[in-house]
Design a protein around this ligand. Structure first.
Ligand code: NAD
Length: 404
């Protein structure tokens, strides 16, 4: 556990506790895959006297998994265990920014007795991804990364007649009502915004404060200010990413938003050249600003104001992404309204990071996912298998011979 977690810290820059949580989640995903024999039982039905129809699940064949930088172990474990236990062989392409964990995973799979050739790593970036999309022997491609590349992979893979599931970026909205439990809401919101330094597709990025919610915004700011950069919040993946995040904050400020907690120019003693951004809370953001529309992928919360839930939902619905959305309230009817109308694949009620646990599946809507099905849980069984429908008749003398 410690060795794998340290490897993630070294290559990704997240804090040790987050890296360890990633390994724990990888174990959970693998345990789910171990339950596959109970989940993929065959369907058999006698459809006429002596005539039986049966569905068998067969592997798709050689499949590929292309993964991003932000979870060097967890995201690969969305695909590796399920695809392999369902009989496929896999070619995986780690992010060029974090190639170390994958090698260790391969070593462990080999030690566990996986036959040679069942799990393969190809390192690289654009060129390798394009080769995967074009290769005639690869039958299915799963991709997790930004929306721009997800679209390219989806188009190129399906143009080559492969099944493709491509998960993209996110802009997750939290709708916070004035009656929300103050302490729990503030800590949940801040944890969602700042976990993995905001570099996760389930991070809360925009918040719509409904009605008189100033007390909640104050509590969020207090909570955010408690966090120490370098200790509670890890590093940003690259200089370019840090600069991009800070650019969004500066631009929003120039357009009239109020930066209540400012994480720009964060510095960690002993790591002065590190790429850090502190927790940032910005109020009076409007839906037309770039920071409200686009994926920032940093520990930044943009707060918009609305007079009621309908207006809040319109703001959420107006965003092109649709990975997750959450509502914070003590009112069941209001929560139900958000569950019904939010345009996102994963919804949280008083939960800031609503990642479904197995056997429930993971996957967004809109510009956050291309292709049918979800990437984990029961839904993944459909993606990694193809159905063979077998009809048998063992009574040659059957009076009615309609199934000749
Ligand atoms: P990215 O899209 O830059 O890279 C993802 C993968 O695509 C990497 O393996 C990379 O090498 C490859 N790639 C990069 N450029 C390419 C190109 N031009 N052509 C072909 N392949 C290319 O994403 P990232 O920066 O590694 O990860 C962050 C993004 O991933 C964020 O947008 C985040 O929201 C998203 N993400 C989404 C989910 C989800 O479940 N929806 C989960 C994790 C991360």
């Amino acid at each position: 556990m410690d060795e794998l977690s340290h490897l993630i810290v070294e290559e990704n820059g997240k804090i040790f506790g987050e890296a360890k949580a990633e390994i724990e989640k990888s174990i959970e995903l693998t345990e789910f895959a171990c339950a596959m024999p109970q989940l993929v039982g065959e369907e058999v039905l006698e459809v006429s006297k002596g005539v039986e129809c049966r569905i068998e699940r067969h592997p798709v064949g050689v499949v590929a998994s292309i993964v991003p930088f932000n979870f060097p172990s967890m995201v690969p474990h969305w695909t590796i265990p399920n695809a392999l236990v369902l009989g496929n062989t896999m070619v995986i392409k780690p992010s060029e920014k974090v190639p170390l964990s994958m090698l260790k995973i391969a070593e462990l799979l080999s030690q566990a007795g996986l036959p040679k050739g069942v799990f393969n790593i190809v390192n690289g970036d654009k060129e390798v991804v394009e080769a995967i999309c074009d290769h005639p022997d690869i039958k299915a491609v799963s991709f997790v990364g930004s929306t721009k590349i997800a679209k390219l992979v989806y188009q190129r893979g399906t143009a080559n007649y492969k099944r493709v599931l491509a998960l993209g970026g996110a802009k997750n909205h939290l709708i916070v009502l004035p009656d929300a439990n103050l302490k729990m809401t503030a800590s949940n919101v801040v944890a969602s915004v700042t976990g993995c330094a905001g570099q996760r597709c389930m991070a809360a990025s925009a918040m719509v404060a409904v009605g008189k919610s100033d007390h909640i915004i104050e509590a969020i700011c207090e909570e955010a200010k408690k966090l120490k950069v370098g200790k509670d919040i890890g590093a940003i993946i690259s200089k370019e990413s840090k600069e991009r995040i800070e650019r969004y904050i500066t631009q929003a400020e120039q357009q009239g938003a109020n930066v209540l907690v400012d994480g720009r120019n964060a510095s960690v003693p002993g790591c002065e050249n590190g790429y850090y951004v502190g927790p940032t809370v910005i109020d009076n953001v409007t839906p037309d600003m770039a920071i409200a529309k686009e994926e920032v992928f940093g520990p930044v919360l943009s707060i918009m104001r609305s007079k009621d839930i309908t207006e809040a939902l319109n703001i959420e619905n107006g965003n092109e992404y649709g990975n997750a959305a959450a509502v914070f309230t003590q009112n069941g009817g209001a929560a139900r309204q958000v569950i019904d109308r939010a345009s996102a694949g994963m919804i949280g009620v008083n939960i800031g990071v609503p990642v479904p646990r197995e056997p429930f599946s993971f996957g967004g809507w809109n510009e956050s996912k291309f292709g049918a099905l979800d990437i984990t849980g029961k839904s993944s069984i459909e993606f990694w298998t193809q159905l063979k429908k077998v009809t048998t008749k063992w009574n040659a003398e059957a009076g009615i011979n309609w199934m000749s």
